[in-house]
Design a protein around this ligand. Sequence first.
Ligand SMILES: Nc1nc(C(F)(F)F)ncc1COP(=O)(O)OP(=O)(O)O
Ligand SMILES: [Mg+2]
Length: 219
Amino acid sequence: MNKAELQDRMKVYFIMGSTNCSADAEEVLEKALIGGATIFQFREKGEGCLEGNDRIELAMALQQICGRFNVPFIINDDIHLMKKLNADGLHVGQEDGDLKEIRNAVPGKLLGVSVHNLNEAWLALEIGADYLGVGPVYPTGTKTDTRPVMGYSVIRELRDNGIDAPIVGIGGINKDNASGVVQAGADGVAVITAISNHLKPAEAAGELLKAVENAKQNN
Ligand SMILES: Nc1nc(C(F)(F)F)ncc1COP(=O)(O)OP(=O)(O)O
Ligand SMILES: [Mg+2]
């Protein structure tokens, strides 16, 4: 996938695990993809998350749904699970291991890295990250161990310093505040709750896509 295609895939980056939705995870994902989510990350993490075979089986079921929609299926943190499922890519943060080693361990796969400042961004791109997750842009209840809320400042700073890699903003984003993230320079928005906890996940995904595409047109 070339950079332009990947930037396009960043528009509505849905992230979910079984603990993020009250409804059936497979149904929620199917509806999110019907509604227009452009890429999916399996993030089975935190209190009460699935483990062992249950976790693998859910990952496989969600991977199969992504396959039907031809949407990239990304695994969060777990390089072994990514390899086991031959997923499309892996997303890691600053504390998930040595980035260069991880890059070398997943040749030809999409590698996303969470970054929180310009230095982390340069280092991630230097080792070969394909896209950057920047945040938390707004306060979020989903991830308890986040770095300080940063608003648009770091996204803006990366673009002002000539970083033109695919960037997705993350953290507390919804249809009402998504446009500001794109206007600050992100190629799209990553969300969990705004879709996973919505009564109509397809509608939620569609509204986010519309907000992102409108903001891109006005950029
Ligand atoms: N999971 C993520 N996905 C993205 C993406 F770019 F894909 F939107 N950006 C940032 C994160 C956060 O990644 P990390 O800092 O390792 O925390 P956790 O493993 O708890 O998610
Ligand atoms: Mg992580």
